[in-house]
Design a protein around this ligand. Structure first.
Ligand code: KIV
Length: 295
């Protein structure tokens, strides 16, 4: 690094600094918060990027330090962290508390907070009231909500009010009671509806859209048609970004995980082994030892 470069503040830091959104989202080195403009620039460059869920400050800080540019405080916290069977019972209070923790644990990632079931379905005014709370009280940089054509008016009002919105179509888990958990967009009619939903989300002003459990060919078509990035989960390899629920990704989730996830670690085994070793040492009288002891 030259002396001059060392003395210059990082791009986008401080007042009046011009945001540099030519740097790669992942591994690009910029230390300022990622914005929706960086996301748009990545789509123009044809750059792929990763997104993970996070629900607490400590895990979020690990992913932030690893350079993950976008963290989603998903309502999957309902199943993952709160022990609910579905995402349906998650409340706005729960979302706000955990989103605030994720924001506090991070410096660079764009934090997206999910609007939980029942917090936006009544209409745009309800959506604006509750999204405003996530932005003001938790400090998220964007919100996500489910639905294509049916959520057009909500997305439009939030964007007009200055709140960046990530859409979510295909399998929308908050509608589990009507959709079940199965691949969406199969067959001509369902595929056409998915395309209409994707365009509705984009036309309403969303900055990106999650495609969940959609045939790869259809997800590729949506990705070609839209000028906003698509984020796939169970949607094949041709989307602009990929998202995974982090507990699936690190092998913490117990029981069966969906076929579209990949385990990059087995933290469930590591944590269990550590707990057993600790218990054995307590029972066997070998912990604590002298170096853990005060006199
Ligand atoms: O809540 C969540 O984790 C999600 C992702 C699966 C996209 O919506």
């Amino acid at each position: 690094m030259t002396l001059q470069a060392a003395q210059e503040p990082p791009a986008g830091s401080g007042r009046g600094a011009k945001a540099d959104n030519t740097r790669a989202l992942y591994g690009g080195g910029s230390s300022r918060r990622i914005t929706v403009h960086d996301i748009a620039a990545a789509k123009e460059r044809g750059e792929k990027w990763p997104m993970l869920t996070a629900y607490d400050a400590m895990t979020a800080s690990v992913f932030d330090e690893a350079g993950i540019p976008v963290l989603l405080v998903g309502d999957s916290m309902g199943n993952v962290h709160l022990g609910y069977e579905t995402t349906v019972p998650v409340t706005l209070d729960e979302m706000t508390m955990l989103s605030a923790a994720v924001v506090r644990g991070t410096r660079r990632a764009l934090i997206v907070g999910d609007l939980p079931f029942g917090s936006y379905q009544e209409g745009p005014v309800q959506a604006l009231r509750n999204a405003t709370r996530l932005v003001k009280d938790a400090g998220v940089g964007a919100v996500k909500l489910e639905g294509g054509e049916r959520s057009h008016a909500q997305i439009e009002l939030l964007v007009q009010a200055g709140i960046p919105v990530m859409g979510h179509i295909g399998l929308t888990p908050q509608s589990v009671n009507t959709l079940g958990y199965r691949v969406q967009g199969r067959g001509e009619e369902a595929a056409q509806q998915l395309l209409r939903d994707a365009k509705a989300v984009q036309d309403a002003g969303a900055f990106a859209v999650v495609l969940e459990l959609v045939p790869a060919e259809l997800a590729a078509e949506v990705t070609r048609i839209l000028h906003i990035p698509t984020i796939g989960i169970g949607a094949g390899i041709e989307t602009d970004a990929q998202v995974l629920v982090y507990t699936d990704m690190v092998g913490l989730t117990g029981g069966k995980v969906p076929r579209f996830t990949k385990q990059y670690a087995n933290l469930r085994r590591t944590l269990g082994d550590a707990a057993k070793e600790f218990a054995d040492e307590v029972i066997g009288g070998t912990f604590p030892q002298e170096e853990h002891t005060f006199h």
